[in-house]
Design a protein around this ligand. Sequence first.
Ligand code: PMP
Length: 373
Amino acid sequence: MQKQNLLDEKGKKGRVWYNSLAMDIRKFVRPNIVSLSAYEAREIPCRVKLDANESPYGFSEALLAVKSLKTNRYPDPEAKELRKLIAKDLRTRPENILQGNGSDELISYLITTFGGPVLYPVPTFSMYGIISQALGERSVGIPLDEEFDLDLKPMLSAIHKYRPKIIFLSSPNNPTGNCFSSEKILKILEASGSTSLVVVDEAYQAFAGNKSFVRLIDDSGNLLVMRTLSKVGLAALRVGFLITKKEIIREVNKIRLPFNLNSFSQAIACKALKNGKLLKQHVQSVIEERGILFRELSKIRQVTPFPSDANFILFRVKEPDRIYRDLLKMGVLLRNMNGAVAGCLRVTVGTKKENTIFLAALKRIMKGEAGAQ
Ligand code: PMP
């Protein structure tokens, strides 16, 4: 460590300080954080962005809602209007809704409030594991079965063995795209009734028809449903919410940061939600395009797409890393899932034009006409 002298105002040597360049900052970091890698959320330049499960359609007219906002005032700490609108939409009550700065924040709040162990199937949304580790809680991942559905027997034995405080079930699941069998989720809810909270993460529910667990909230003591506006055209706002019993919300509210959802996001989200018809039209277009994209992918030799209830499709290819890179060279950005699901890439459903560009590029690569030259 290097010693240096600080000069006072008159240029005389003053206090001694130590040059921090020579110091290893990792010595100060908690052991569970040292081994953690940051969540990969880089902006990669591209022509067609199909990597982050965003909607291809935005709500620019909802931006008008911020015109009358007072920038000198804190946001409504209870997000009253937003919670009221969400509750109306879901046929529940505002006291059963808790707002988050994206559902990422809510995952963090839940693990902070209830602790671990945290149980989830794998592969699934990586933030359950990352946040558990960041908060120093044990996490347990149980592999899905070969159909990407919950493997009930090992899930139930893990509940018995580890007594998890929280179980996260992303249904539809990211990155596989399918909904888990409702019967299996119900069995997990039942088996863990007195030991665990079960969070059904319905981030992609809008694209899955009627399959939702919201209506079971009143009858189930340990069920929480998590939703987000990020996938339906409002990712910029960071609005997520939990639907659950008010007794559970009361506990999580103790650690929620007082102004966790800013005024701009609240106002724009309210405006967009009031235009429910447009929101539904956008979702419907994505569902239609998903069908076309799936059929077209199925026709390409050596490409195996998996059926999806979400706004993305997972597909298997022989050389995922090379194909990912070749697509990017042609301006098309996907998510390389090869680390989590062997041989797989994930494509978000875009506009018709974006999907056509992607399919044309993939076809050329698969025929050996483009890419790796
Ligand atoms: N849950 C799942 C299953 C997701 O895929 C994502 C986003 N990729 C989230 C939660 C986080 O969403 P938000 O933008 O609301 O933080």
